[in-house]
Each structure stands twice: as C-alpha cells, then as structure tokens.
Design a protein around this ligand. Sequence first.
Ligand SMILES: Cc1cc2nc3c(=O)[nH]c(=O)nc-3n(C[C@H](O)[C@H](O)[C@H](O)COP(=O)(O)O)c2cc1C
Length: 169
Amino acid sequence: MEISISELQKMTSPNPFVLITSGEGENSNIMALSWWTFVSNKPPMLAICLSKKGYTHELIDDTGEFGVHVIGTRLREKAMKCGQCSGRSTDKIKEFDFLMRDAEKISTKLISEYTAALECRVVSKIEVSDHLLYTAEILKIHRGSDTGQLFAWEGYRYLDTIPKRQDSE
Ligand SMILES: Cc1cc2nc3c(=O)[nH]c(=O)nc-3n(C[C@H](O)[C@H](O)[C@H](O)COP(=O)(O)O)c2cc1C
C-alpha cells in the first residue's frame, strides 16, 4: 500500500517545534517551524528548512542571521497564528502582541518569552526543490523562565507537549 508524503509526515509526527525570528527594525518577522534539527556539536550548529513561498528566507538572506525559540504552552495560540499568515502582508509582532528583546550577537530581535532562545548565523544555504535548507552556527543559547516544549502534531495541525514518563525523574 502506498501513502502520500503528507500522510507519512502525519504518521511520523510529532516534530519539535520552534518560532523563528528574522529581519531587523521595521522588517522583523516571526514564523512557525517544525523542520529543524541539530547538525553539529563543535561548533554547535542546527539546520532549518524553509518553504520558498514564505517571507522568512528573504529576511534571513538579507541579514545572514535568525533567532530560534523553544516555547512552552503559554505561547501556543500565538505560535500557531505565526504559521498561518505571512510577514509579507501581516506585522505578526504587532498583530499578535509579541514582546521582543535585543539579542547579544545578532541584529535580529528575540521573542522575550521562551524556554530557550538561540542566536544563529547562517553558514550554508542549499536549494532542495520547493524548500531551502539553511545550516547555521548557534552563537548564543539563552535559558528563559518558561518551561516545556511544544511539538507539531499531525503535520502542522496542532501544537502540544509530550507527557514525560512517570519514572523519568
Ligand atoms: C506547526 C507548524 C509548523 C510549520 N513548520 C514549517 C517548516 O518547518 N517550514 C516551513 O517553511 N514552514 C512551516 N510552517 C508554515 C509557515 O510557518 C507558514 O507558511 C508561515 O506563514 C510562513 O511565514 P512567513 O511568510 O512570514 O515566513 C509551519 C506551520 C505550522 C503551523
């Protein structure tokens, strides 16, 4: 029996979820992202996969930098909205009332609320058919006051946590 790529993506979810900040000044943006992974420890690096249709890759190409935010349930609704409209036509920071803070090593701002926030600088960009794969060095890792991590379930359908095993402490 053959299944489609979207059925497979639902079957293999959940995927770890993050919010990406990009751009600077008036052109700052936030997007929802579940296609990411660590790719190196020394130096610490990660990879993100961005649709060519979105706005975020244009902003990242301008600055060579972006922020990555692991978030808990408090930002769940706002995070979902960031995945349902484009920064090309919506000022998501203003519209969804995000509080922002300066980063230390990059010009792109970070979201103020997070479990962890990463400052990243692009190392390489590879065109992969309808997506763009960026690898980036993690320049700084901030631990925030939030706890927990959201995952994307059933593809992009909803965000939720994964319960810890009772005996995992
Ligand atoms: C849960 C969830 C996960 C998503 N993961 C990705 C992803 O990994 N890569 C991607 O390009 N788009 C992903 N999206 C879709 C983008 O967030 C969406 O297209 C967004 O409008 C892009 O915003 P932008 O145009 O401001 O960059 C995801 C959306 C949701 C709701």
